[in-house]
Design a protein around this ligand. Structure first.
Ligand SMILES: [Zn+2]
Length: 89
């Protein structure tokens, strides 16, 4: 399972979590600046979407390994923009 980087949009604190570990950060306040929620409801929707894409990707790949790796950054959504998606090589 691909690791996901959860991060604070305010102070930049970040942590890599594996598998479903990101769920623990849903509506949790940043442990560093105590001033921002790490994964809000919008972020959560994106994470679940990413997981679904990964699942479909695995099914298509057939060998249990995802063919593509993506990084999603939901920070731009706070300004009403789309999340940025970059492909990991
Ligand atoms: Zn913070």
């Amino acid at each position: 399972m691909q690791n996901i980087n959860v991060k604070c949009d305010k102070c930049g604190w970040n942590k890599e979590v594996s598998g479903d570990g990101f769920r623990e950060w849903h509506n949790k306040v940043c442990p560093c600046c105590l001033d921002s929620v790490i994964i809000d409801d919008k972020d959560m929707a994106i994470f679940l979407m990413v997981k679904e894409i990964e699942r479909m990707d695995k099914e298509l790949g057939g060998d249990g390994e995802p063919q593509y790796h993506y990084r999603f950054d939901t920070a731009p959504m706070r300004d009403g923009k789309l999340p940025t998606i970059t492909e990991d090589k």
